[in-house]
Write a protein that binds this ligand. Structure first.
Ligand code: SF4
Ligand code: SF4
Length: 161
């Protein structure tokens, strides 16, 4: 019949007029993010032992670290993420066996200038001594001397939090 296609199209238009709207008026409205959403990174410097596992795990060489030897320990002095090359795969977070590196739910990381895009999570000088340097009674199988070079691409040892 002539005009049947037109009627079908109009029927769809009318039906859509009365269905529930799914458009979200961002940024005034936001959808709830899933618990494991990969947003901006955060680093807990108190937990970080500057082992370099996260940097080794990153396929895009996003993570740049600097560290200094203070006493017997490695002290993290700089932790910069070249976030413009990050694909938010999460390998670095998985590799961190101290749960120091995490994703947050922050999604707004846009900047006006390219040189501001980098995420500087730590930038501090090394102290002369680390005050609370306690003699680590290392539980079996976990020595207190993580070495950057020893960082393989594998997972963290099991049973350590
Ligand atoms: S999320 Fe993936 S690409 Fe981004 S820094 Fe971590 S390992 Fe690298
Ligand atoms: S893997 Fe974790 S503890 Fe090691 S340097 Fe990265 S953030 Fe720090």
């Amino acid at each position: 019949m002539f005009g049947q296609g037109l009627l079908k199209g109009l029927a769809i238009t009318w039906k859509e007029l009365f269905t529930r709207k799914v458009t979200v008026q961002y940024p005034e409205e936001r959808l709830p993010l899933p618990a494991r959403f990969h947003g901006r990174f955060e680093l807990d410097v108190d937990k970080c032992i500057a082992c370099g596992l996260c940097a080794s795990a990153c396929p895009n060489k996003v993570i740049q670290m600097e560290r200094a030897k203070v006493g017997k320990r490695q002290y993290l002095t700089k932790y910069v993420m070249r976030i413009e090359y990050c694909m938010f795969c999460g390998f670095c977070v998985e590799a961190c066996n101290k749960d120091a590196l995490r994703f947050t739910h922050i999604i707004n990381m846009n900047q006006y200038f390219r040189d501001k895009v980098r995420l500087v999570l730590v930038d501090r000088p090394a102290p002369e001594v680390i005050p609370e340097e306690e003699p680590a009674e290392a539980p079996e199988g976990r020595a207190a001397k993580p070495k950057a070079g020893a960082a393989g691409k594998g997972k963290a040892p099991e049973g350590e939090g």
